[in-house]
Ligand binder design. Structure first.
Ligand code: AMP
Length: 114
């Protein structure tokens, strides 16, 4: 069981900002920006590369929820903006094998990424 599954079941605590039938969102324990939230599906999908056709609505829900959370946190305006990141596999920088969308904001983020 991954650490994110333990957060879903409540086995370990997290600073939760949103929860619904399909997903849960919480502050990253090692924030890389002033705002760093992770949005994860309750369904166990290891990574985006392993999502299936039947996950289409769920994947859309994760992105829509990320936008709604950005609005709730007051960072959904174009003059400041935010970034969504999904790391996949070793070269992608994935460290937890449970799909998650990073929501990063509060500072200018470099492009291209390191
Ligand atoms: P990734 O490297 O894309 O797999 O992202 C995994 C993220 O999970 C990292 O940014 C970690 O800081 C974060 N993380 C790991 N454990 C926890 C935890 N218990 N609570 C919140 N965030 C966590």
């Amino acid at each position: 069981m991954t650490i994110f599954e333990k957060i879903i079941t409540g086995e370990i605590p997290a600073d939760i900002v949103h929860q619904d039938d399909l997903c849960i969102a919480f502050h990253d324990v090692t924030p890389q920006a002033p705002t760093h939230v992770l949005i994860i599906p309750k369904k166990c999908i290891a990574r985006i590369g392993e999502a299936e056709e039947q996950d289409q609505a769920l994947l859309g829900h994760l992105l829509l929820t990320a936008g709604k959370i950005a609005s709730e946190l007051g960072i959904n305006h174009t003059d400041e903006g935010f970034r969504l990141v999904i790391n996949n596999g070793k070269n992608g920088g994935e460290s937890v094998p449970h799909l998650h969308v990073h929501l990063l904001a509060g500072r200018a983020l470099a492009w291209p990424p390191g």
